[in-house]
Write a protein that binds this ligand. Structure first.
Ligand code: COA
Length: 144
C-alpha cells in the first residue's frame, strides 16, 4: 500500500500538478494551494500513488474542498476519504459537506459508497451549464 502524508504549503507545487491531472478543465495553480493550505482549518493529504484531499474544518462542520486521483479504481480516493473523515471526526466535526457535479458519475459513486446524501442543488453552477449537487454526511460513525 502506498504512503499518505499530510500536505503543507511546501507541497503546493505537487498538489497543483495532481489537480491538473484530475481536473484538466479547472486546474488550480501552486499559489492557490499554498494560499489554501495556509488558511486556518484547512488540512490536506497526498497519496504518493497520485491522489490528494483537502478539507476545511470550521468548528463542528467541515467541507471537502477538493479530492482527486490520477490512478483510478485502485481504492486511493477511498483511503484518502477514510483518513480525512476520521481526522475530521477526531477534531469534533459532526457533519461534512461537499459539492459534486451531477454528471460526475465517479465522484457521486464514491460519495454514495461512503453514505453521503443529497440535500441541495445549485442549478447551472458550472461553466458548462451543469448542476452541482450538495451532499453531506453525518460523521457519527467515524467517532471512536
Ligand atoms: C472520483 C475519484 C476521486 C475516485 O477516485 P478512485 O481512487 O478511482 O476511487 P476508488 O477506487 O476509491 O473507488 C471507490 C468507489 O467510488 C465509485 N467509483 C469510482 N470510480 C467510479 C466510476 N468511474 N464509475 C462509477 N463509480 C465509481 C465506486 O463505488 C468505487 O467503489 P468500487 O471500486 O468498490 O466499485 C476519481 O475518479 C477522480 O479523481 N475524478 C476526477 C476528480 C473528481 O471528480 N473528484 C471528485 C469531485 S468532488
Amino acid at each position: 500500500m502506498t504512503q499518505i502524508s499530510q500536505a503543507g504549503p511546501a507541497h503546493a507545487a505537487a498538489l497543483a500538478l495532481l489537480h491538473h491531472s484530475a481536473f484538466p478543465h479547472d486546474s488550480w495553480n501552486e499559489h492557490s494551494f499554498a494560499t489554501l493550505l495556509a488558511q486556518p482549518g484547512v488540512v490536506g493529504w497526498l497519496d504518493e500513488a497520485g491522489g490528494f484531499l483537502l478539507l476545511r474544518i470550521v468548528q463542528d462542520e467541515a467541507e471537502i474542498i477538493t479530492l482527486g486521483v490520477v490512478a483510478r479504481r485502485q481504492g486511493i480516493a477511498s483511503r484518502l476519504l477514510r483518513l480525512g473523515l476520521g481526522h475530521a471526526a477526531g477534531q469534533g466535526v459532526r457533519r461534512i459537506h461537499l459539492e459534486v457535479a451531477e454528471r460526475n458519475i465517479a465522484g457521486r459513486g464514491l460519495y454514495q459508497k461512503f453514505g453521503f446524501v443529497e440535500n441541495g442543488r445549485r442549478p447551472r453552477y458550472y461553466p458548462d451549464g451543469g448542476d452541482a449537487l450538495i451532499l453531506s454526511l453525518d460523521l457519527e460513525m467515524f467517532r471512536a
